[in-house]
Structures are given as C-alpha cells and as structure tokens.
Design a protein around this ligand. Sequence first.
Ligand code: DGL
Length: 259
Amino acid sequence: MNIGIFDSGIGGITLLHQALLTLPKENYLFYADVDHVPYGTKTRQQVIEYVDEVIGFMVEHDCKAVVIACNTATSAAAALMREKYQIPIIGIEPAVKPAVEQHSGKRVMVVATPLTVREEKLKNLVARVDSEHLVDLLALPRLVGFAEAGEFDTPEVEQYLREELAPFDLENYSELVLGCTHFNYFKDSFAKIFKNRIRMIDGSEGTVNQLKRVLEQNNQLEDNEGSVQYFESGREIVSAEGLERIAKLHRRLDEMKKL
Ligand code: DGL
C-alpha cells in the first residue's frame, strides 16, 4: 500500500524528503494541490473542501495513511478529516514546543501563512507551551508564491523578508520556527538576514517520527524497493521535465538541510 503525502504545492516535498530518509522502503504518493495553491490566504471552509478532495483521492489510491504536509491544512482541517476518514491522518504543525524548550534566554519567532497565524490551533499551542511569553507570530504569505515560481535566493525575496522583519529587533531571537513547509526553501535567506544567530526548526522530523510510530503500532511498515509517484491535483507527473523539476527541489532541500 501507499503512504499519501500532500501539500498545496512544493512545500510538502520537505516532508517527503524527510520520510524518504526515515522510511526508505515505503511506496509514496505525493500530491501537490497546484490548482488551489496557496491555501494560506484562503478561508478555513475553502481549505477544508480542498483537503477533503485530496484525502478522498488518496483513499481511492490505496493509501494506508495520509500525511498532511501543510501546516495550514492541518490547522484548518485535520480534526474534521479524522472524524470523516478511517485511515490514520498525521498532520504537520509548527514546531513551537521544541523551539521554546531550547530558547537559550532569547525570543522565538514563528513564521507561517496568514490562515495558520489566525487559526485557534496555533494560538492554543502557543498558549500551552509559551508560559514565559517568548513567542512572536508573523505571517509571510508571499514566500509561498516565490517558492512556487522557483524563486528562492533572489534579491526580491531578500527585500521582502527584510521589509517584513524590519519591525523586529532580530538580535533578540535565538529560534525561528518555520511554520509553513514552503519556508524551508528559504533557509539561506533567513540565515543571512538573522546573521546566522538563529536556529531554524520545522515540524518535518517530528511528523515523520509520528508517522513511523503509527505504522509500527498498526503493523503496517513495509519492506519494498521504495517508490514515489508525484501528482499535481490528481494528474500524475510523468514527463522527464516535470520529474527533473522535482529532483532539483530535492537537491535544494539537501543544501538547506545543512543550515
Ligand atoms: N505549505 C503550506 C503550509 O505548510 C501552505 C502554503 C500555502 O499557503 O498554500 O502551511
């Protein structure tokens, strides 16, 4: 059977990348909902409808578990989808807890999409773990568009980030939580602007560990050759050009992982 991993777009490849390291002998179905990207600037109800359609597709395509590799979709729709579907649904969330635990006396910045920042799920998480009031939230919606356009370390990206971060005294921060999977592609720009004084953390590793635990508990780990099928809103990517575009994203994530 397959493990379904999805996002609104290429951000979810960051989670697939981690899953391939931790569980290489599984068959994956990766789904980027490019017809509806971005999710982060839509309403909660719209995102629920998109996510429902994707999970329905995954159930039809022999998935034994689904990973929501999108913080926005998790915050808007995960609880409802768990009520509707029988298969395990694991959702990525901003890694606020580990960031607060390792904050070394300084502040923690959480960057995410506008919908994630607005939703109760993140507010509740921060209220639960941030007893010292160290966390600041910032929405960075334009990074999703930059990523989808394949624009990563350009002067426009740097200028956008500098403008959005201008109101904050960056020296006060030791942790940066990447609360949107698309943001992992910009670790070099964040590192430059924060002058390498921050640790960047995202929820991919924790989510994949949770996936592994669930499959172990259900006795569903497999020992295959390992494969990935890529879909864009239900259409399989089969062209050499399309697959090379994805291979390039994996190579960029390899580079970003070193930061
Ligand atoms: N990658 C998604 C996340 O982790 C959201 C991107 C979007 O706005 O579609 O939140």
